[in-house]
Every structure is written in C-alpha cells, then in structure tokens.
Design a protein around this ligand. Structure first.
Ligand code: FES
Length: 102
C-alpha cells in the first residue's frame, strides 16, 4: 500500500496516541518522547479501541480488560491469557507530517 499520511506532528503530542483510519483500517499512532509508533488500534482480545485506553511510557493499556501492549513493536506485555500481538507498522516523519508504512 505504501506510505500513508496519518497526521501532522502537532496533532500527536508527546505522551499521546490517536486513532486514524487508513483504507478502512483503524491504526493507533503514538508519540513517545518525539518518536512515533503505529500499531493496529483494535485489541486482539475483544476488539476494544486501544487509543481509548491509557498510554504510560510505551505501554498501552486496553480500557476494557487491561491487556497491555508495547506500542513500539505491538508485543503483548501482560494479560492473563495468551492473545495475539498487535501488528505494528513503520512510521516516518517528513517535515511536519507523520506517515505510516503499510
Ligand atoms: S478488549 Fe482489550 S483486554 Fe479485552
């Protein structure tokens, strides 16, 4: 699919995450200390929108049942059951625009 614009750097402030819809797919984009990361927004447990959960450092906590994922690579950090990791995507910044590579 290539590089898709996710937004402006000014729209994704450090310590925050947003949800963007790219070709019908919901993607979470997080800003950790000025570095940007992207994963699927849908929790692999029951489909909650992870961007509506909490971001602490690089750990995303799902708002529904508290599964935790690392936003840098989509890996499951903590949950009582084995659930899939999130798909993660490369992110690049050009000028003031954030691009997700899909
Ligand atoms: S839907 Fe995310 S932990 Fe259950």
């Amino acid at each position: 699919m290539g590089k898709i614009i996710a937004g402006k750097t000014s729209e994704i402030l450090p310590g925050n995450m947003i949800k963007v819809s790219i070709d019908g797919r919901d993607i979470l984009v997080a800003n950790i200390d000025g570095n940007y990361y992207a994963t699927d927004d849908s929790c692999t447990h029951s489909g909650a929108s992870l961007s509506e959960g909490e971001l602490d450092g690089c750990t995303i906590t799902c708002g529904w049942h508290a599964a935790q994922f690392d936003c840098k690579n989509g890996k499951l950090v903590k949950f009582p059951a084995k659930i899939r990791d999130l798909t993660s995507y490369n992110v690049t910044v050009e000028s003031d625009s954030v691009f997700v590579e899909m």
